[in-house]
Ligand binder design. Structure first.
Ligand SMILES: N[C@@H](CCC(=O)N[C@@H](CS)C(=O)NCC(=O)O)C(=O)O
Length: 336
């Protein structure tokens, strides 16, 4: 590895890998981009959980989890931060990052593995880049093994016929939240992008590429399509954070509404089902059902959001209250 450089090991098909790649480009942190081949999988197999991407630090150590990595990079490199200065806005940034990482991936996964056209497209692509199979790279067998493996995970991730209408509706509402607000250098909280913008970039960029969600995006949200494409390399963007009031309105408020109506109710139902040992959690949002087995990881997501919210000063919580109440988020966060 070159002196002083990071090595980002990922796949162009992974929303989390391209999230961190775009973030590091914007922050002008020197790194080399490497595809997670079978050989590299073996070299990083000691990492648990074995997820993509993995960042190799200049000292040779490997680490995962893009949120933790983004914060660690903040501590190591102060310039061109992606965390808004205002603590109230920074909380909303964390919440909207979580919404992208943990919810937007659900419609992405559904679209990828539902229709044969998408299955064929994504299994060729992701199979070649991050397959774990023993078959030869790029071979028909490898592609088929990857396709079968991902399809077998659909039920676990809630990508079922029963949940499809809500997952699709959430995608349409996400696009509707972005479309009126995105322009050349307009991001969630300023004329400079935040960690949340990069998380959305990761998920939306994959959906702008896979056949079915790509067609939906081009039809319903053409400006979002361009906005996403530009964010891949924002190394030349030099902007400022908006004042608090402006940062909490517009695009952020539109996405907070999705958090308040869909994501936080889902997280709360998940935590409740997990705590009472239920095998299935069931919710109904926008008149559409959603059901799956509870996830321990997402119990932690809610807990972390609540802890971050509780750690804010009273002044910051007060400043957030109107928008969090309007969007239905308040009652889920202000629990203690
Ligand atoms: N929270 C993790 C999520 C990473 C993740 O879920 N990566 C997926 C690919 S997009 C993965 O590696 N899945 C396991 C696999 O396919 O082997 C992060 O932010 O880095």
């Amino acid at each position: 590895m070159s002196e002083g450089r990071y090595r980002l090991i990922g796949s162009t098909a992974s929303p989390y890998a391209i999230k961190l790649r775009a973030l590091m480009r914007y922050r002008k942190i020197p790194f080399d981009w490497v595809i997670m081949t079978k050989a590299l999988r073996a070299a990083t197999a000691h990492l648990r959980p074995m997820l993509i991407p993995v960042l190799q630090y200049p000292d040779g150590t490997y680490r995962g989890e893009t949120t933790a990595l983004a914060y660690d990079l903040e501590a190591r490199h102060p310039h061109r931060s992606v965390i808004p200065d205002d603590k109230a806005v920074a909380f909303v940034c964390d919440l909207l990052e979580d919404l992208a990482d943990e919810w937007a991936v659900k419609p992405l996964f559904l679209f990828r593995w539902w229709d044969p056209e998408d299955q064929a497209y994504v299994s060729r692509w992701a199979g070649e880049e991050w397959s774990t199979s023993e078959a030869e790279t790029g071979s028909a067998q490898e592609i088929e093994e990857f396709r079968t493996r991902q399809i077998s995970r659909m039920v676990i991730l809630g990508a079922t016929a029963e949940n499809k209408p809500l997952l699709e509706e959430s995608y349409r509402r996400i696009l509707a939240a972005f479309e009126p607000h995105v322009r050349m250098t307009r991001y969630l909280f300023g004329s400079r992008p935040s960690l949340a913008d990069f998380a959305w970039f990761g998920q939306l960029s994959e959906m702008a590429t896979d056949p079915t969600p790509m067609r939906i995006m081009r039809e319903r949200a053409p400006f979002t399509d361009h906005w996403v494409r530009r964010l891949d390399d924002a190394s030349g963007v030099d902007g400022a954070w908006y004042p608090r009031e402006q940062a909490l309105g517009g695009m952020a408020e539109a996405l907070l509404r999705i958090a308040g109506e869909l994501y936080l109710p889902f997280l709360a139902a998940n935590a409740e089902a997990f705590a009472s040992g239920l095998e299935r959690l069931e919710i109904n949002v926008w008149g559409l059902p959603y059901a799956l087995a509870p996830f321990k990881y997402q119990v932690k997501c809610l807990q972390q959001l609540r802890e971050k919210f509780a750690a804010l000063d009273a002044e910051h919580r007060r400043a957030l209250r109107p928008v969090l109440e309007r969007t239905g988020c308040w009652d889920y966060l202000a629990v203690s």
